[in-house]
Design a binder for this molecule. Structure first.
Ligand code: SF4
Length: 255
């Protein structure tokens, strides 16, 4: 039994991370370092300080399994009414594999729908063990080209694509999601290349996550430089052509 999980937020009433009304449990720690990351406090595996003037406030704390479960179960009526549940997010959930697996198991024992949001960057055995327990995998794909993937996130994408293929081969229910980042993967030819990759994997649905600037203030609180300063946000109406490329190839593409 794991001692607990290091979490930086438990957010209730989310409508964007899986079906229905959801509670999102945010895990600390991520092996990637995406330039656009909107949760920079999630990247370090240990607690950090958020600075407000001269006062440093911890960005996270350890939660026991029981406490986390209790917080999630408080909203059971909303999950039941809307077909919702609990989403494990981060950071990269798989960096705390034991706590993640135990939380998913406990929620499933309670009859709660579980979703795992992941970058897919984890050892194959770890990925398979945790993801196989979840009802839904929200699989974030940053770039179809391995070299460009490494430029944006610090690592190539081969391991990620292997985990994705294995999950599909094992029959997991999986929704690929693409964060659309200006200057990185936002051109029409990028949409075409992503679409061809999805089709080659037998995937026919994709969610687009338009780049936003909600994370900017956190970089200031962490006293870290922000690589995306001044980059314009992407609005849903900016993605009509991009989305249309998926639709034209028969892929159900939505935001
Ligand atoms: S994978 Fe997600 S949490 Fe990790 S650095 Fe990238 S955007 Fe941030």
């Amino acid at each position: 039994m794991p001692h607990g999980g290091l979490l930086f937020n438990i957010q209730k009433f989310s409508l964007h991370d899986g079906p229905g009304i959801r509670t999102v449990v945010f895990f600390k720690g991520c092996p990637l370092s995406c330039r656009w990351c909107s949760n920079p406090e999630s990247q370090r595996a240990e607690p950090c300080l958020l600075w407000e003037g001269k006062k440093g406030v911890p960005d996270s704390r350890e939660y026991s399994l029981g406490e986390t479960l209790e917080l999630c179960l408080q909203d059971r009526p909303f999950y039941e009414e809307t077909g919702g549940g609990v989403t494990l997010s981060g950071g990269e959930v798989l960096t705390q594999r034991h706590f993640a697996a135990a939380l998913i198991r406990s929620l499933r024992d309670e009859g709660i729908h579980t979703a795992l949001e992941t970058s897919g960057y984890a050892e194959g055995k770890v990925f398979a063990e945790v993801s196989s327990a979840a009802d839904l995998i929200l699989f974030d794909l940053k770039h179809y080209d391995s070299r460009r993937h490494a430029e944006g996130t610090g690592f190539p994408n081969e391991l990620i694509l292997t985990n994705l293929k294995n999950a599909l081969r094992a029959g997991r229910i999986l929704l690929p999601r693409i964060p659309v980042i200006p200057g990185y993967n936002s051109l029409p030819e990028d949409a075409g290349a992503f679409a061809r990759l999805l089709l080659s994997l037998g995937l026919s649905r994709v969610q687009l996550l338009p780049f936003h600037q909600f994370g900017e203030k956190k970089y200031a609180l962490l006293r870290r430089p922000y690589a995306m300063q001044g980059v314009p946000q992407v609005h849903p109406e900016d993605l009509e052509e991009y989305r249309g490329i998926f639709l034209a190839l028969g892929i159900d593409c939505f935001l």
